[in-house]
Design a protein around this ligand. Structure first.
Ligand code: PRT
Ligand code: ZN
Length: 284
């Protein structure tokens, strides 16, 4: 049995649960309304926690692995390993100053007080850059700190930047980029490691399928070579004869963004009846 800690409710929870479901893992006990649930068809137990508590729980062995933002993993400084980056909950941790403040380089932060919920990451950054600023730790609503005179600048999570904008702040330095990650303890038993590997195998298959699509199209035989040149496929495209003489069906895998770029070229090369179908899992 492996124990996985995930966020109970917040920006990570929905996508985390969706990812586990796509990995074929079904929870008993009605999901996240409970503190704990068991997977019906995989030897796994889920703990629902606040994201801030996940690194410590995994480091203490209460959970074997956890899904958390890289920002929280870095801030908590626990002896954990990132075993997979998950590509969702992307954001950055940045320093922002009031729009009216003159700022031309990091040196301008010397002597200022900076409000943040991430004092460890900020301290490392300031030390590495030999900046002598005062770190003012607060647990939430960091963006209002300069406006109410609590600090001169802030260091906080930014995603679209609209929170900064509406608080009259300007992003001046990006310190780290973050996304959801799976962290694991460093001393898993062989049995737990094997289960984690099994879970990672499934997650990678789901991730790989990601934005890729299965594409089917019909083409005159003399155009097969040109069309195959446009469709890389996993190894090479599958080609099957149609009942109409001189025509074939070509099947392949293509990235969605690539598809929109290639559609005109495919049509110009004689492709017809193009179908694009989602892929659930992909194993190379
Ligand atoms: O209750 P619990 O402690 O579990 O959750 P929480 O409130 O501490 O965290 P939560 O659910 O808000 O975020 C969880 C994780 O999502 C964070 O640790 C980040 O890794 C990631 N993430 C991604 C974000 C954002 N994007 C984000 N935009 N976390 C917070 N924000 C905040 C940001 O601080 C800003 O105030 O959302 C606001 C809007 O951002 P803009 O730039 O889009 O305006
Ligand atoms: Zn939190």
């Amino acid at each position: 049995m492996i124990t996985l800690a995930i966020q109970k409710s917040g920006r990570l929870s929905e996508k985390t649960v969706k990812l586990l479901q796509e990995c074929g893992i079904v929870f008993e006990n009605g999901g996240s309304s409970k503190l704990k649930s068991k997977a019906g068809n995989f030897p796994m137990q889920i703990l629902y926690l606040r994201d801030d508590d996940i690194p410590e729980c995994v480091a203490d062995g209460i959970a074997d692995a956890g899904i958390v933002g890289e920002n929280v993993y870095l801030e908590k400084r626990k002896p954990l390993t990132i075993v997979e980056k998950l590509g969702f909950a992307r954001c950055r941790l940045s320093i922002a100053v009031p729009k009216s403040m003159k700022y031309s380089s990091l040196k301008d932060l010397n002597g200022l007080s900076i409000a943040t919920s991430y004092p460890n990451i900020l301290e490392t950054f300031l030390t590495d850059n030999r900046i002598n600023a005062n770190i003012h730790e607060i647990s939430g609503s960091v963006e209002i700190a300069p406006g109410i005179g609590l600090a001169d600048a802030i260091f906080d999570i930014v995603s679209t930047g609209s929170t900064l904008l509406s608080n009259g702040l300007r992003e001046v330095e990006t310190v780290i980029k973050s996304e959801a990650v799976i962290v694991a303890g460093e001393n898993l038993t062989d049995e737990k490691q094997a289960l984690l590997d099994k879970l990672l195998f499934r997650i990678r298959a789901v991730q790989l399928a990601g934005n890729r699509k299965y594409i089917l199209l019909n083409a005159p035989n003399e155009k097969i070579e040109t069309i195959c040149g446009l469709l890389p496929g996993m190894k090479s495209p599958t080609i099957m004869p149609l009942s109409t003489a001189g025509w074939s069906s070509i099947h392949s895998v293509i990235a969605e963004d690539e598809f929109w770029e290639k559609i005109e070229a495919l049509k110009a090369a004689g492709a017809q009846g193009i179908l694009v179908i989602p892929i659930e899992k992909m194993i190379l």
